[in-house]
Design a protein around this ligand. Structure first.
Ligand SMILES: C[S@@+](CC[C@H](N)C(=O)[O-])C[C@H]1O[C@@H](n2cnc3c(N)ncnc32)[C@H](O)[C@@H]1O
Length: 288
């Protein structure tokens, strides 16, 4: 354990878990170590403004290990056999998502899927930072509704959100924006102990599989190319260099004529010669 930090390094609020007056020190050095580690592990660049957020999120991890020193905790994260690295990454990701978020992408997907009906193989789609699964399920709903055979892969670095995605059970409020017809077609309503929950219907579940994938890792297991890739609201967390590399890899993984959808504040494919804009934050993979 380290010596107490100076007053200027003291963190922001007392922690009730360690007594009313206890304050867990979170020094500039701790914060910089966190920033370095999450950049190394996940490519995520944390701005200095995120210090409070980082403190609050990691405090829960300290509590889980009954630690009261960030230095000790960070040693645990970096220790090979501790297994804490995964929980550290999970704690620092931002997982905001929704069914049919940025709906224009799903209109475009529907048009693309309709054009593909009757082609020899099912449409292959990838939700590459799928969070709790809403994006992947939304893609599957569109394929089902258009009658286009297809399969969806949902991946994320965060193993906690993947558990939710895989379970495919959501609080009813999460689906409140869906038209009743869509809700009926794709979800089962919980009753009794499951009141207030909805569960994705088995036919939709059969179209989607989830797995962990760090977009930063040098090897991706995908064997075949995709027709449509959703890479939305994740590259904003990466630096320019990583964004560029990622874009090249995504381009390689798309079939000619395939679609890449990015988040509302992300225009990173615009400058790539292999893509042409084909709608709001949507890009078509050019041949060659
Ligand atoms: C804000 S959510 C976006 C979810 C969804 N794509 C959407 O637009 O609604 C960002 C997701 O990216 C994931 N993520 C962050 N870094 C990642 C990485 N290096 N590899 C894979 N996923 C990552 C996070 O875990 C989080 O679930």
């Amino acid at each position: 354990m380290r010596t107490p930090a100076s007053a200027s390094n003291l963190a922001l609020s007392p922690d009730p878990a360690f007594g009313a007056d206890a304050v867990i020190a979170f020094s500039e050095r701790d914060f910089n170590t966190v920033r370095q580690l999450i950049a190394d592990y996940a490519g995520i660049k944390l701005s200095v403004q995120k210090r409070n957020m980082v403190y609050n999120r990691l405090l829960r991890r300290l509590r889980a290990h009954q630690l009261n020193d960030f230095g000790d905790y960070l040693q645990l994260v970096t220790a090979n056999a501790s297994g804490e690295r995964e929980a550290f990454v999970n704690a620092l990701t931002t997982n905001l998502t929704a069914f049919f978020r940025e709906p224009h992408h799903f209109d475009l997907l529907a048009a693309y899927a309709r054009d593909r009906i009757g082609k020899r193989r099912p449409l292959r789609c990838w939700s590459s930072a799928c969070s709790t699964g809403e994006e992947a399920w939304s893609i599957a709903m569109v394929l089902r509704e258009t009658g286009c055979p297809g399969e969806v892969l949902g991946t994320d670095i965060d193993t906690d959100v993947l558990e939710t995605a895989q379970a495919a059970v959501y609080r009813m409020e999460r689906t409140s924006g869906l038209p009743p017809e869509r809700l009926r077609q794709h979800f089962l309503r919980g009753t009794g102990a499951n009141d207030g929950l909805v569960s994705v219907r088995p036919d939709l579940r059969a179209m989607v599989r989830f797995g962990q994938l760090n977009l930063q890792s040098p090897v991706w297991p995908a064997q075949e190319r995709f027709d449509v890739i959703f890479c939305r609201n994740v590259v904003i967390y990466f630096d320019r260099e990583f964004q560029k590399k990622l874009l090249h890899r995504l381009a390689d993984l798309l079939v000619p004529g395939g679609l890449l959808m990015v988040g509302h504040s992300e225009s990173f494919p615009a400058a790539h010669p292999g893509f042409r804009s084909c709608g709001r934050t949507a890009y078509e993979r050019l041949d060659g």
